[in-house]
Design a binder for this molecule. Structure first.
Ligand SMILES: Nc1ncnc2c1ncn2[C@@H]1O[C@H](COP(=O)(O)OP(=O)(O)OP(=O)(O)O)[C@@H](O)[C@H]1O
Length: 563
């Protein structure tokens, strides 16, 4: 079983700003519970007196009813107020943490683990938050009932206490077993999400491969789902059995008390009070017992949230989600000096280490990065982009090292199209961002020439600052990503195998016209490529091998080789 940090501290920190509301909820909840107990006592009085419910008792009854109902309503509303805000805060804080987490930390925490925490676990906490006030009122009512019973008869209350101690021990054991079951089930749910991703993203491959499809369903999904069913079923049954035991104990208790009355003379008011209150008490007790599985699940969910929070507790320094402006300019050169970076070793394998890398890239240069698969091209690019912080050495711009405080500003100099790029539908406005609305209106005209040039103007246009569709072929989607790059107009453009999905004509256009045009405008172009037919067009070719620069050749050298 994976251990996670205790969520209590995190929970207390979240609740602190809502202390007045929590107090209001508690006070009104306690008021409602106390009024309910007082109502019971009034009913017991009425049962044991002549004249029934009349006069002062009637007024008391009405007053207590009003306090019980109003108290409950205020308590529910306050809990809901706090619950919804705490859940909203958890959602915002998680999103903010993910937005500012170091990229390598995010890469280590797999998506199939991230999504269930963000959706399922947060929803679970949200559900329980609303049930809290009802449970609180049930607890107060139960305590009030006990106090009233103690007041009625101490010896009978002693018998009740023994029964309660037995019931509480059984509940505590059930809680322990149940929660560890829920924890185990939750771990299986991560695997289920992974399998769900495989069947949605690998749908085509699975359709084409019967054995894999059967293995995916029978060997994975069925097995995981059955595991979850068994583990969850057992955990819930534990609670159900404990609750049934509790109910049985109640009836046994009533029988004991009635039996007690036949051996020892007991006042009718005491006897009727005990039976009445015990029968009533079963309701709140059942409510508390019924809430325990949900509380158990919420505790597991909250632990997962706290675990995710703790993993991303160290944000990238100086990364402000709300901060937009950047003063950093790129005039001449970006340099990597003695840069080293190493991944954690995969299970049973060797860690990949990059470096030491010494590299200088100049404005107006078109640099191709080539090399075998797994030689470290993408890792090098991520270091160049400031997505990974070097473990050793430094990245410098125009002679000034890029420290953590400037890394995010530095990244704003680049536009990238990764091989596994994500295509946003909306456009982040370009250099004329300050013009706001006005720039949004000219955006379609600005984009049109690029869309036409990239031969997708008949498919897609710009409306309200977003592309009208992204349902395009892979090659067309990459062209759309290039339109983003054009419109952003940043000084450095990085393409990771951009042309790999393009048809030969367009690939030719990319290497022979689009890239040279961008270079002519003064951009620095860094192009990861396996297209050796076009290598001669580069100003420089950097060849990566086993995490090192094996070769760094300028164009003159390449031309002399070709000659
Ligand atoms: N997140 C990661 N965690 C651990 N190892 C990684 C991670 N990303 C990449 N690696 C390892 O680093 C090595 C270099 O990967 P990289 O993606 O830089 O290669 P590449 O030259 O771009 O390959 P390709 O041409 O196939 O795209 C690989 O051996 C890979 O296993």
């Amino acid at each position: 079983m994976t251990t996670a940090p205790a969520p209590d501290g995190e929970f207390a920190r979240l609740l602190k700003p809502f202390l007045p509301w929590i107090l209001l909820s508690a006070v009104t909840g306690i008021g409602a519970g106390a009024a309910t107990v007082a109502l019971l006592s009034t009913i017991n009085q009425v049962l044991n007196r002549q004249g029934g419910l009349s006069g002062g008792l009637l007024l008391t009854f009405i007053g207590l009813c009003a306090v019980a109902l109003f108290g409950r309503m205020v308590s529910d509303v306050s809990t809901n107020f706090v619950g919804q805000r705490v859940v909203a805060q958890v959602r915002k804080s998680l999103a903010q943490k993910i937005l500012s987490a170091p990229i390598d930390a995010l890469e280590r925490y797999r998506t199939h683990r991230l999504m269930p925490v963000l959706s399922q676990d947060v929803d679970m906490v949200s559900d329980v938050a609303f049930a809290l006030s009802a449970t609180l009122i049930a607890c107060v009512t139960a305590l009030g009932c006990l106090a009233y019973l103690a007041y009625l008869s101490l010896p009978l209350f002693g018998v009740l206490l023994v029964a309660l101690a037995i019931g509480a021990t059984v509940q505590a054991m059930a809680q322990f077993r149940g929660v560890s079951g829920f924890w185990k089930a939750r771990e299986h749910e991560d695997q289920l999400h992974k399998a769900y991703r495989a069947i949605s993203e690998g749908a085509k491959e699975l359709r084409m491969h019967r054995v894999r499809r059967q293995r995916m369903f029978g060997g994975q999904i069925e097995r995981i789902v059955d595991n979850i069913r068994t583990v969850n079923g057992r955990a819930i049954n534990t609670f159900v059995i404990a609750a049934a035991f509790g109910s049985g104990l109640f009836f046994l208790l009533i029988a004991l008390i009635l039996g007690w009355a036949s051996f020892r003379p007991t006042e009718p008011a005491v006897l009727s009070g005990f039976v009445l209150v015990l029968l009533f008490l079963k309701g709140p007790m059942d409510q508390i017992a019924g809430a325990l599985p949900a509380v158990g699940r919420a505790r597991v969910a909250f632990r997962r949230i706290a675990d995710l929070s703790a993993r991303f507790a160290t944000p990238e320094p100086h990364l402000h989600v709300g901060h937009a402006g950047s003063e950093l300019k790129f005039e001449h050169e970006i340099a990597l000096r003695g840069v080293r970076y190493a991944f954690d070793a995969p299970e049973g394998g060797e860690a990949f280490a990059l470096g030491p890398i010494d590299l200088r890239l100049r404005r107006g240069e078109m640099v191709f990065v080539v090399g075998d698969n797994g030689s470290g091209k993408t890792t090098l690019i991520k270091l160049l982009l400031g997505l990974y912080a070097p473990h050793e050495g430094e990245v410098a711009i125009d002679g000034t090292p890029v420290g953590p405080e400037r890394r995010d500003d530095y990244r704003q100099l680049f536009t990238t199209v990764f091989s596994d790029f994500y295509l946003f539908e909306d456009l982040a406005a370009g250099p004329d961002e300050e013009q706001g609305e006005a720039s949004m209106q000219v955006l379609p005209q600005r984009a049109l020439p690029y869309l036409e040039r990239l031969e997708i103007a008949h498919k897609v246009s710009l409306k309200n600052g977003a592309f009208t569709t992204t349902d395009l072929s892979t090659g067309q989607r990459k062209r759309l990503a290039l339109v983003h790059a054009y419109l952003e107009g940043r000084p450095v453009l990085v393409f990771d195998e951009w042309a790999a999905d393009q048809d030969p004509t367009f690939r030719h256009l990319f290497y022979t016209e689009l890239l040279p045009e961008l270079r002519a405008k003064g951009h620095l172009l860094v192009v990861i490529s396996h297209d050796d037919r076009y290598f001669h067009l580069a100003d420089r070719i950097i060849t990566m091998s086993a995490g090192r620069i094996a070769d760094d050749r300028p164009r003159a050298h390449l031309e002399s080789l070709a000659a």
